[in-house]
Design a protein around this ligand. Sequence first.
Ligand code: TLP
Length: 338
Amino acid sequence: MIDIRSDTVTKPSKGMMNAILNAKVGDDVFGEDPTVNELQERCSKITGKEKALFVPTGCMANQLAVKAHTRQGDEVILERESHILNYETAAPAIISSVQLFAIPGVNGVMDTCEIEKYIRPTDYYFPLTKLICLENTHNRAGGTIQPIENTKAISELAKKYRIKMHLDGARIFNASTATGIPVKEYASYFDSISFCFSKGLGAPVGSILCGNEEFITLAHKWRKILGGGMRQAGVLAAAGIYALDNNVDRLSEDHKKAQYFAKEISQIDGINIDLETVHTNIVIFSSSKYRKQEFISLLREKGVVISSGSFENLRAVFHLDVSMNEVRTAVEKIKEMF
Ligand code: TLP
């Protein structure tokens, strides 16, 4: 089966398994796991933030950020198709009791003036606009990159209104690889940033949340409250360290696979795709011949699994466990359907 549903489906390589096997571990709830501590220090350096906290998932990283930046009844501005709004089971309402204010973006990118329009004036009957969240790369928009000038402008706006900024950087290394802009520079426009080891970086589990000491102290407490205090988590952190050492530079290969796939299927009569949105490893497209589920089922019968995107969209995601030959086969199988 050629599995291009997501870059989350990768399995740890031999080298990564060796790193896991040889990891030095301790009880991380006591702060005594040397490998977790090493990973957290590495991530602080990479992002230029004071502290980092290893967490099981990208969702937990985002939710800890929302929790630590807000108080009950605050408002959070984010993009309408963002992961936090669409795929995190209303957790901001449950965990933080905050209201989400969604602004539609163009390919996942919000307009600065539009954001400013919806920042609440100070009056007792308004919620307090406390946090703005961006997503880079933007998943539902098709792995699109947030332009750095736009991020900078939103960050300046946030400073002006004393609003905190969080970056859901689950795939920030994909953005950084594609643009050449260091992760540290992206991170510099935010109070907090999270990213995942378990997506394009190929680790089985794990994400990181970075920010200043006060923020991470609060996030650490909430990680414990949510049951995310892990013990000998060094076995997982070792996979994260291995991923940073070995799987970052190769992300450009996944971008090439996505480009090839997108260009090939764009030539098929009955496939709708906007090639301009293919910036990294995700390809969003739709079909005028098949309904979404029908397309997915037919292709699965041919040995290729893709996932469902927003609305009638289909999604293919390229990663280190799918070879260029398999990408070619996937294209052939789609062509057979038309
Ligand atoms: N995304 C998953 C699904 O949940 C859609 C995927 O297959 O792409 N932020 C972004 C931008 C993400 O894409 C994801 C996962 C997360 C956060 C959450 O990460 P996990 O799954 O580790 O909680």
